[in-house]
Design a protein around this ligand. Structure first.
Ligand SMILES: Cc1cc2nc3c(=O)[nH]c(=O)nc-3n(C[C@H](O)[C@H](O)[C@H](O)COP(=O)(O)O)c2cc1C
Length: 200
């Protein structure tokens, strides 16, 4: 049986430091035997949630934009990697708006008791959060982590692991830190490998 891991990039830079770590993790997941797909939030055209609550009764959104086909992608994925820089002590606005549009999943799961994620997938969906931040203070990921955990829970993904790198203002180029690049690969590989284990 094939497994699919999606990597969601929250940075607007398609080839920046966050993207490099995400690509390493996806490479690991692919080497573990999974199909992988990278989705850049910066490439998508969509509007923020407008609270019209069409999703209270429907398993999709009334706003017909790039989010619509992604609901299926996110219902069917086997595991997820979200990679994002910290911006203004949280996640970038576009990524937050992307996550808010998963109110469609929230309504289905909590209001209609009819999750969009198939039951056989719910048991094994795990999430890896890759975060980087310019500052070197201990609380720099606190806001982003709260959002990440809420998002994972709404879309039935277990918050499995994280790779958090602070002090990017000094590191500047993540490729000068092969230890962190390797760790991203290893975590991606393990995330993929776990899907093939019967009772991990
Ligand atoms: C608009 C903006 C806001 C930022 N806000 C913060 C912040 O509040 N705290 C922090 O530690 N770093 C902050 N940063 C720094 C980024 O987290 C850091 O530069 C990161 O390495 C960018 O990754 P990227 O190049 O892959 O996008 C901010 C960067 C930008 C562009």
């Amino acid at each position: 049986m094939g497994f699919r891991i999606v990597g969601l990039l929250g940075s607007p830079l398609a080839g920046g430091n966050t993207a490099k770590l995400l690509d390493q993790a996806l490479l690991g997941a692919r080497d573990a035997g999974c199909e992988v797909e990278r989705i850049d939030v910066g490439d998508l055209v969509f509007r923020p949630c407008r609270e019209i609550f069409y999703c209270r009764e429907h398993g999709t959104c009334a706003m017909k934009d790039d989010m619509i086909p992604l609901y299926r992608t996110f219902a069917e994925l086997d595991s997820l990697i979200v990679a994002t820089p910290v911006m203004t002590m949280g996640i970038p606005g576009a990524l937050k708006s992307f996550m808010d549009r998963f109110q469609v999943f929230f309504m289905a799961k909590y209001m209609r008791n009819s999750p969009l994620v198939p039951e056989e997938k719910r048991a094994h969906r795990r999430g890896l959060y890759i975060g980087i931040a310019g500052m070197n203070v201990p609380y720099v990921f606190d806001g982003a982590k709260l959002t990440m955990k809420a998002f994972f829970s709404i879309i039935d993904v277990e918050y499995w692991d994280e790779l958090l790198t602070r002090d990017m203002d000094n590191i500047r180029d993540i490729t000068t830190r092969p230890d962190i690049m390797d760790e991203a690969y290893r975590k991606g590989f393990r995330l993929g490998e776990l899907l093939f284990e019967k009772n991990p």
